[in-house]
Design a protein around this ligand. Structure first.
Ligand code: MG
Length: 259
């Protein structure tokens, strides 16, 4: 009887510990939730879909058009004519169709939808531009637009460019800013004021100690782009705070998250 009671308590503790550990890792939909009906990468629908399945975050990529309008799209160039975003005016960009029939959204259109998305934060990636001046201009515009839309508490920022990262820390000191490029240690990131590291899975596997090092100095860890169960489990077991994935529903299943 006693032995049974002990086993029961031990099992209960084990389940409680496991679920606490799992609950810690949060899901970020990479370029929104796009691998689903009617969606497309970086579309307004992908943000709505991420919100509908209640991911913690929905990531998006932002470029500055030639005439200074922030637009949501990933590559340096855009099809069909391989136009360089930085050299193309917004009037041209806004007519370009995505694979789901929507057109390239402006950041303002994205923020308008974000206001209706109560479950999901925006993880805003500002892309690396041709000059530091253009990066500063994009950082200033973005932070100002987020403020004007009353979304300061609903955004985090990420960037590959160290200049962009530092500008975001300067302009939005209350927001979490993460560095993507994988070449700085947790200690170095802490010194420049980052909230944490947002690194490629391969980088984290090569520097596995960074999971613990980051935690020990109060930094958070986000890993991208993690799309299969085995790698998801690897990140969870190492205590990743966030996982960025193209498969948010699969990750929710691995984490045992009920929607
Ligand atoms: Mg991105």
């Amino acid at each position: 009887m006693r032995k049974n009671a002990f086993t029961f308590i031990a099992l209960g503790l084990l389940i409680a510990t496991t679920s606490t550990l799992s609950a810690k890792t949060k899901v970020i939909a990479h370029r929104g939730y796009w691998k689903t009906d009617g969606s497309a990468q970086n579309s307004l629908t992908s943000l709505r879909k991420a919100n509908a399945i209640k991911t913690f975050g929905s990531e998006l990529d932002v470029w500055l058009s030639a005439d200074g309008v922030p637009v949501v799209t990933h590559d340096r160039t855009i099809t069909p004519n391989k136009l360089v975003i930085e050299n193309t005016p917004y009037a041209v960009l806004k007519g370009i169709k995505l694979s789901n029939g929507e057109t390239v959204p402006s950041l303002q259109e994205y923020l308008t939808v974000a206001k209706q998305c109560k479950n999901t934060k925006l993880i805003i990636e500002l892309k690396s531009h041709s000059t530091p001046e253009r990066e500063t201009r994009l950082a200033e515009k973005t932070v100002q637009m987020v403020k004007l839309n009353g979304l300061e508490n609903k955004v985090e920022y990420i960037a590959f460019s160290l200049h962009m990262t530092k500008e975001l820390i300067r302009l939005a000191p209350k927001n979490d800013v993460y560095y993507l490029n994988g070449d700085l240690s947790p200690q170095e990131l802490k010194e420049i004021g980052c909230a944490g590291l947002d690194y490629n899975l391969g980088v984290m596997k090569k520097n596995e100690n960074w999971f613990k090092e980051a935690k020990n100095i109060g930094l958070k860890t986000n890993v991208w782009t993690v799309n299969n169960k085995k790698d998801m489990q690897y990140c969870i077991d190492n205590g990743a705070d966030f996982i960025t994935t193209d498969e948010p529903e699969l990750l929710q299943e691995v984490l045992g998250i009920k929607k």
